[in-house]
Design a protein around this ligand. Structure first.
Ligand SMILES: Cc1cc2nc3c(=O)[nH]c(=O)nc-3n(C[C@H](O)[C@H](O)[C@H](O)COP(=O)(O)OP(=O)(O)OC[C@H]3O[C@@H](n4cnc5c(N)ncnc54)[C@H](O)[C@@H]3O)c2cc1C
Length: 400
């Protein structure tokens, strides 16, 4: 599956941060982690921290899947508004899911400081504003749901948003004290380099092409003609999981992003804020750690990579236009790209076991919270390895 167009900003900004060999001899390990994006990097960190003997493989270069294209907003807010998620799965479950995403942001901060990350993790406020007058009633309902659930939110009127942040074209919105951003491509590399020091073996350009499940071991066959025997396999293969799981569980679509030239004044004003709105599809914005402004959105409900990439220029112009409408300033694009994106029925990820795969676990952080979900996945993997049931397991399981 072609997950992204050619020029995602992070690949160019960071270059080749690390390179690993492909695998050409049989191996044995406790845990085989398949996929070396941000999810695989987090899960590998968890497993080696628990003293497990692990091997990680990736069919591409490390972090060259969706983790190279992501815009890496870290949000406690899930694509499905809290009040709607409460209607779907109940107050307790919905609040727990929002809460887990909030805690995941803190966890990323702790991890980043522990490994002395240079991936630009930054704690930010988050502004979710109504871009259409008709959205105000449900956004107020959302505000009340979040407030009752104990999240730190304040309501800002259109005038207050204009005064504080200089945004035009809003009708009011929710300001939350919980958000962040990071360069996920760089962070994935840093986490993996750190895990290598603790014994993780990494092989890229090494694709898993088949698995045989025996009573105690899984025998993985690789594209390089060799095998890995592993007690357990953890699949962190992002949107390509759709090729493995027999039933349909996620809708794949195309999404677009642009990043500006370095702009000191824009950076200074917005460096501590995530911005997103109620448009359909929604528009989202943040600064990058090297002083640029990033905008994403303009989703299209198809996955065809050729059709997607052919739209990059047109979508960039639309995103620039949206910026101009909101900020009354021109936007000077330096890089634009497109990527595949996955949306689930309830905005929640799929993390857990699947009946068709023995001794195996899937961590599929889908939706706008892909990264924070994968952080929760670390904790869930720890529970699974200790044969315990994680409190969120029921909300995230396959077949729910
Ligand atoms: C434009 C865009 C914007 C986004 N914005 C946000 C955002 O603001 N916040 C957020 O949280 N999320 C966002 N997301 C989602 C986020 O990017 C993903 O959730 C995240 O990158 C998924 O990481 P991953 O490691 O699971 O998948 P990937 O990065 O795709 O990694 C999976 C890896 O598995 C490897 N692989 C697949 N099959 C095999 C196999 N058979 N054998 C070996 N290796 C295999 C692939 O090569 C790949 O490297 C965005 C996504 C896009 C595209």
């Amino acid at each position: 599956m072609d997950l992204k167009s050619n020029e995602p900003f992070w690949l160019i900004k960071n270059g080749l941060l690390a390179t690993y060999p492909s695998l050409h001899q049989d191996k044995t390990c406790d845990i085989l982690i398949v996929g070396g994006g941000i999810t695989g990097a987090l899960i590998a960190h968890q497993c080696v921290s628990m003293g497990k003997n692990c091997i990680l493989i990736d069919k591409r270069e490390i972090a060259n899947g969706s983790s190279a294209a992501t815009t890496s907003m870290l949000q406690y807010e899930i694509d499905k508004p809290l009040y709607q998620l409460m209607e779907l799965i109940g107050t307790e479950g919905a609040t727990a899911c929002y809460d887990a995403c909030g805690k995941a942001i803190d966890k990323i901060g702790l991890l980043a400081s522990k490994i002395r990350s240079k991936a630009g993790f930054r704690v930010k406020d988050s502004l979710y504003y109504a871009s259409r007058k008709k959205d105000i009633p449900w956004l107020e309902q959302e505000f009340n749901a979040r407030k009752s659930a104990g999240f730190k939110v304040i309501w800002l009127t259109a005038e207050e948003i204009g005064k504080r942040y200089g945004l035009r074209d809003t009708f009011g919105g929710i300001l939350s004290k919980q958000g962040g951003s990071i360069d996920a491509f760089c962070f994935a590399h840093e986490l993996l380099l750190n895990s290598v020091k603790q014994g993780l073996e990494i092989f890229d350009k090494t694709e898993l092409i088949g698995v045989k499940h025996n009573a105690r071991t899984n025998v993985a066959t690789l594209s390089t003609g060799v095998k890995i025997r592993a007690k357990k396999i953890i699949y962190c293969i992002g949107y390509e999981t759709v090729g493995m799981i027999p039933e349909k569980f996620v809708d794949l679509l195309s999404t677009f992003a642009i990043v500006s030239e370095v702009d000191v004044s824009l950076y200074q004003r917005y460096k501590d804020l995530l911005i997103w709105n109620t448009s359909d599809p929604y528009l989202y914005m943040r600064t990058t750690d090297d002083g640029r402004f990033l905008i994403g959105g303009e989703d299209e409900e198809f996955r065809d990579p050729a059709k997607r990439d052919a739209l990059v220029e047109k979508k960039s112009i639309k995103l620039e236009g949206a910026f101009h409408k909101i900020f009354n300033k021109p936007f000077y694009t330096d890089f634009s790209w497109a990527g595949t994106f996955g949306v689930t029925k309830d905005g929640l990820p799929y993390i857990g076991e699947h009946k068709a795969f023995k001794n195996s676990y899937f961590v599929c952080g889908f939706g706008g919270n892909g990264i924070t979900f994968s952080v929760t996945g670390m904790e869930m993997v720890a529970y699974w390895l200790e044969k315990k049931t994680h409190p969120l397991a029921g909300w995230f399981k396959f077949g729910r």
